[in-house]
Design a protein around this ligand. Structure first.
Ligand code: UDP
Length: 242
């Protein structure tokens, strides 16, 4: 397994809420600009970069319960939300002169190509940012699992999960003041301790395929390079090993 400093190919997972801005819903112009700027600068650092977006700024299946729809259509709405985010981000990146390839897990040929591993590999080897949307294409999953799946498929050196908290904690740091952050933890311990930074399906997939996971704060990306973030153990949690 490579040292964090020598990572070349990254899969970045960004939750939809990064695009929501202060209104906490929809796509905020400033947040969109900022997120596209972050992706552009990671690409300019020289990494081969795949990005999986969430859709939580628009619709999450579980939050649509009041509509009294069944689970499958609720999750379809959630997955389609990630396509909307992808369309917006792809265009912003294009406007910035960044070459991209958007690939969807849900066939939507008038909008973008469908995901295949070959197309993803081709795009990454051509130096394009690969945008993976549509989640896994299946209900009952999350975009975290989609990120673990795509990271495994493209054989990423690391899955970088940019989130609200700056790492994996012994307990929820937003609720408990005495929560302590791990600098490093194994997948086994993360599962055993039921640390809920990612759902168990995504953790199991990463563990089986031995893809390291780095959990860090999205806020850091606004002021620091990925290279710096990865080389400083105080800036997140590295999950790896068995
Ligand atoms: N979703 C799904 N299958 C997938 C990925 C996502 O059904 O493979 C649906 C699910 O309803 C989820 C929504 O899409 O709530 C948006 O994804 P997620 O909640 O992971 O977005 P995030 O919280 O990362 O913004």
């Amino acid at each position: 397994m490579r040292e964090t400093g020598s990572y070349k190919r990254l899969l970045l997972k960004i939750s939809g809420e990064a695009l929501a801005g202060e209104k906490k819903f929809g796509i905020d112009p400033k947040a969109l600009e900022e997120t596209a700027g972050i992706i552009a600068s990671i690409h300019q650092e020289g990494y081969e970069l795949g990005v999986v977006f969430g859709g939580g700024n628009l619709f999450r299946g579980r939050e649509l319960m009041p509509l009294e729809l069944d689970r499958v259509p609720r999750d379809h709405i959630g997955m389609l939300s990630t396509l909307i985010n992808g369309v917006a981000l792809q265009n912003k990146l294009t406007q910035k002169g960044i070459k991209t390839k958007a690939l969807s897990a849900i066939d939507c040929p008038k909008v973008m190509e469908s995901f295949t591993n070959d197309l993803a590999e081709e795009a990454l080897s051509q130096g394009k940012v690969a945008l993976f949307v549509g989640g896994t294409g299946n209900p009952y999953f999350t975009t975290d699992t989609a990120a673990a799946l795509r990271a495994s498929e493209i054989r990423a050196d690391c899955l970088m999960k940019a989130t609200k908290v700056d790492g994996v904690y012994t307990k929820d740091p937003l609720k408990y003041k005495d929560a302590e952050r791990y600098e490093e933890i194994s997948y086994r311990d993360m599962l055993n301790e039921k640390l809920e930074i990612m759902d168990a399906t995504s953790v199991a997939l990463l563990r089986t395929n031995q893809i390291p996971l780095f959990v860090f704060s999205m806020e850091l990306l606004k002021k620091m390079k990925i290279q710096q973030i990865l080389s400083d153990k105080r800036l997140g949690t590295l999950v790896k090993g068995d």
